[in-house]
Design a protein around this ligand. Structure first.
Ligand code: NAD
Length: 370
């Protein structure tokens, strides 16, 4: 199979983790006989410095011509004081809007070898397997007006939470579709006791739910969901929610796996290409030190192989290699504990790569799909 992948490394550790993920894709290509080609584009603070905009048109064109997009992360304190339209995060919001990436899928899986890295008790997180489906192109992050002004001589500010019913319907429908192939349970998160937008969200969830009698629908208020996520996360299968609630809850869910550095994501559009990225940011505090955890980005390319390219055994090979490396005790600093082997970003990538290229391990996976 031949595929073109746009790589937008971005800022901070984005560069380090995408470099590693590209190496893993090359190893998969070598092991399974695929040709992946990589084209690089600017995004974020680096793009502002070089080209005066956080998302140059050339980057957008490159993405549109590609079969999938791999993104690192954007942002950093040196760009925090720029005018809003030049902030690195605007590049992210714009690429989501321009590529129509309306849903962000964030799986959270329990790794028994990492139980000690989580601040939660093993019995709380054991066997957690949840999928967060976050609406990505509407809500508070995109609504207009979003500005400060004067009212009766006072400084006031407004942000706008705007949704079309169709935007709610398509993301909730996607959540039900995904639940059909999982444990058949959707938790729809809202704030229907206070917000009109949430009351409409709940009505739409009910409407969509009627088309899926085999899936159970449960509504949960966002404040309760935040509490349940750490009290009893095993109750969740698919969680679907609007943009800002999903942003917050999915970072909270990362605590279940021990580190932000373990959580991958896929952003889905109606026509493609889809975009894959770790859920963490550019981590300026550790950038350039070769200590970032590359596994969230590596697991994001596993999602790319499965969702965009339909390469299930290749995706499984990446996930199995990550599992094996963790079971062998290799850890980057964020997930290290006593009796583990501390490795750098590049060493972790090398371990995963060596496992993928190792005949015995991958042969058994190939056998399963023969
Ligand atoms: P962050 O995710 O960058 O970092 C939070 C903490 O987690 C830091 O202590 C960091 O060192 C650690 N961390 C994150 N990823 C890690 C990894 N792979 N390995 C080891 N440790 C890791 O969030 P932040 O500090 O709030 O934001 C930093 C910058 O990133 C800001 O400019 C923010 O706007 C931006 N950001 C970008 C994205 C994105 O590009 N999608 C997402 C979130 C934040």
């Amino acid at each position: 199979m031949k595929k073109r992948i746009a790589v937008l490394a971005g800022d901070g550790i984005g560069k380090e983790v995408t470099r590693g993920a590209v190496e893993i894709l090359r190893a998969i290509g070598e092991r399974f006989g695929h040709q992946f080609s990589f084209s690089y584009g600017h995004i974020g603070g680096g793009a502002v410095d070089e080209l005066g905009t956080p998302l140059p048109d050339e980057t957008l064109d490159l993405c549109k011509e590609s079969d999938a997009v791999l993104l690192g992360a954007v942002g950093g304190p040196q760009w925090d004081r720029l005018p809003v339209h030049l902030r690195p995060e605007q590049g992210l919001l714009k690429i989501r809007k321009e590529l129509g990436l309306y849903a962000n899928l964030r799986p959270t899986l329990y790794y028994s070898s990492l139980a000690e890295a989580s601040p939660l008790k093993r019995e709380v997180i054991e066997e957690v397997d949840l999928l967060m489906v976050r609406e990505l192109t509407g809500g508070l992050y995109f609504g207009k007006p979003s500005e400060r002004m004067k009212q009766d001589g006072q400084d006031v500010v407004v942000d706008t939470l705007f949704y079309q019913k169709a935007e709610m319907t398509r993301v909730i429908k996607l959540a039900f579709e995904l639940a059909k192939n999982r444990r058949g349970h959707v938790t729809s998160v809202d704030k229907a006791n206070v917000l009109e937008s949430s009351r409409m969200w709940r009505e739409v969830a009910e409407e969509v739910g009627q088309q899926y009698p085999e899936v159970t629908l449960e509504h949960m208020l966002v404040d309760n969901a935040a509490m349940q996520m750490v009290r009893n996360p095993k109750q969740f299968d698919v969680v679907v929610t609007e943009n800002m609630f999903g942003d917050i809850l999915s970072d909270e869910a990362s605590v279940l796996t021990g580190s932000l550095g373990m959580l991958p994501s896929a952003s889905i559009s109606e026509k493609g290409p889809y975009l894959y990225e770790p859920i963490h940011g550019s981590a300026p505090d550790i950038a350039g030190q070769n200590i970032a955890n590359p596994l969230a980005t590596i697991l994001s390319v596993a999602m790319m192989l499965r969702v965009s390219f339909g390469l299930e055994q290749e995706a499984k090979a990446v996930e199995t290699a990550v599992d094996e490396v963790l079971n062998s005790g290799f850890r980057t600093k964020d997930i290290t504990s006593v009796e583990t082997k501390l490795v750098t970003t590049t060493e972790m990538v090398e371990e995963v790569k060596a496992t993928i290229l190792d005949n015995e391990t991958i042969q058994s996976i190939m056998g399963c799909y023969a």
